[in-house]
Ligand binder design. Structure first.
Ligand SMILES: Nc1ncnc2c1ncn2[C@@H]1O[C@H](COP(=O)(O)OP(=O)(O)OP(=O)(O)O)[C@@H](O)[C@H]1O
Length: 437
């Protein structure tokens, strides 16, 4: 069926669903309380920003309050949660559908797609070496998903756990311990925020949690079941207990590399004890324990203790790395602006008869500087294409340093000793003149 051109102010709909043959969850699309779900990327009119639309097909809304329940989610903001924007009903697809709008995260995959699908597209354990984040410049994965270049560098695990090794219950490789803990801490932190907001996620599942970057995870699909199975919110405490149970099952699936591992708990727990440090097993056993008022996400966080600090440290290292990369980009941005100014002012035909650009004029410096930067030749007359010379000269010009350089005319008959600062002033005034005229 042709997709509508516009739905509730969103246009350019692009389907994101993946069939099982391409690593999709294979839930048959009926994973939403028996309703079929579809996912689209779309642009909000007038905003120029992308969003993710989750459409639940053929759902007839019985109570206005059911859709209003989603509003609570729009106020919950957490780095571990795919942000919920709004929900509305529509007939634009030729049926009665409900649309849930979420923040869009480019190049994301579900945990299932990344680690458990037979076609898992994340390279197995790409973070297993602390140097991984430097490798993105040339790596194949970087070409496929440049977004991943802002990867969180891996910190060495302080746990003394095995951190990888032989495959477990399934076909996928076992996740290194530090990656698993990173996921666990992020999910626990998001759960705490959600539970403290008197809500329950209800979608703690490998096919609903998104992985972006190297080990950033976000809980997706929030609010959908609250709307589809609306009961006035009375079951939230029970759903919160279910969240904890599902969290335990999720850890088992990831640790054993298989979604079916949860069906053989003794074997799976045994596998976890052998492959990971004891505190992971303790967290799993607590999460799987009998629901009760004293079983809370706060208690889970207490059990995790030092792992939370490890995660904080990784996060600080990642922040430093990104800040460093950003500084370099900032420098590039300045240089592009400078080059653009050069582009505007160099070789303008209307300057040809302007005495300021003639050999005795002050603007002549700019011409000679351009030759100095880009048109140098070696002793055999071959062009010098040394990018570092260009970058050094442009950076000095941008900073307007007092260092002097010698500019030589093309006929080599005259030379001028000037400072970068003087040339910078010349460029600025030439550009200002142009902008005014
Ligand atoms: N917020 C998001 N931003 C960007 N991409 C997303 C987002 N949520 C999901 N995706 C992408 O859409 C794909 C499909 O998502 P998901 O598996 O949740 O939907 P689905 O296939 O319709 O699931 P189901 O069939 O169980 O309803 C995922 O692989 C993921 O890459």
């Amino acid at each position: 069926m042709k997709l509508p051109d516009e739905v509730g102010g969103y246009t350019g709909l692009l389907p994101l669903d993946k069939p099982p043959s391409e690593g999709g969850s294979g839930s048959g699309g009926l994973g939403w309380a028996g309703y079929r779900g579809w996912v689209y990327k779309a642009w909000k009119e007038g905003e120029g920003r992308c969003y993710m639309l989750r459409r639940i097909e053929g759902f007839r809304l019985q109570h206005e309050a059911a859709i209003a329940a989603v509003e609570k989610w729009t106020r919950v903001r957490h780095p571990g949660l795919v942000g919920v924007r709004e929900a509305f009903t529509t007939r634009a697809f030729g049926d009665q559908s409900v649309i849930f709008v979420y923040d869009f995260h480019p190049c994301s995959q579900t945990l299932y797609e990344a680690h458990l699908s037979p076609l898992a597209t994340l390279p197995p354990n790409p973070w297993s070496t602390p140097l991984t984040h430097h490798a993105h410049h040339g790596g194949a994965a970087a070409h496929a998903a440049p977004y991943r270049s802002a990867a969180r560098p891996a910190l060495p695990s302080t746990a003394g756990g095995p951190g990888g090794g032989a495959g477990g219950a399934g076909t996928s490789p076992v996740l290194p311990e530090r990656v698993l803990w990173s996921y666990v801490v992020q999910i626990a932190s998001a759960l705490k925020c959600v539970h403290n907001s008197a809500l329950a996620v209800r979608t703690i599942d490998v096919s609903r949690i998104l992985v972006t970057g190297k080990n950033r995870v976000r809980l997706g699909g929030a609010g959908v079941l609250d709307c589809l199975t609306w009961d006035g919110g009375q079951s939230i405490p029970a759903h919160q207990q279910d969240d904890l149970l599902s969290f335990g099952k999720l850890i088992i699936a990831l640790a054993c590399g298989s979604t079916s591992a949860v069906h053989n708990l003794p074997k799976s727990v045994d596998h976890i004890s052998r492959m990971y440090s004891p505190d992971l097993k303790n967290v799993v056993l607590y999460l799987l324990s009998k629901p009760g008022p004293r079983k809370t996400i706060e208690e889970v966080l207490v059990l995790m203790g030092p792992r939370v600090v490890d995660e904080l440290n990784s996060s600080l290292v990642a922040e430093d790395t990104i800040e460093h990369e950003l500084m370099r980009e900032l420098e590039n941005g300045r240089l592009v602006r400078l080059l653009a100014k050069f582009g505007f002012i160099n070789e303008r035909p209307e300057f040809d008869h302007d005495p300021r650009w003639a050999e005795t004029g002050d603007r002549y410096l700019i011409k000679l500087f351009r030759d100095y930067v880009f048109h140098q030749v070696d002793e055999t007359g071959r062009p010098v294409t040394d990018l570092s010379h260009v970058l050094t000269a442009l950076n000095k010009l941008d900073a307007g340093v007092d260092e002097k350089l010698m500019l030589v005319s093309r006929d080599e008959q005259s030379c001028l000793i000037v400072s970068y600062r003087e040339i910078k002033n010349c460029v600025e005034s030439a550009f200002a003149d142009l902008s005014r005229s």
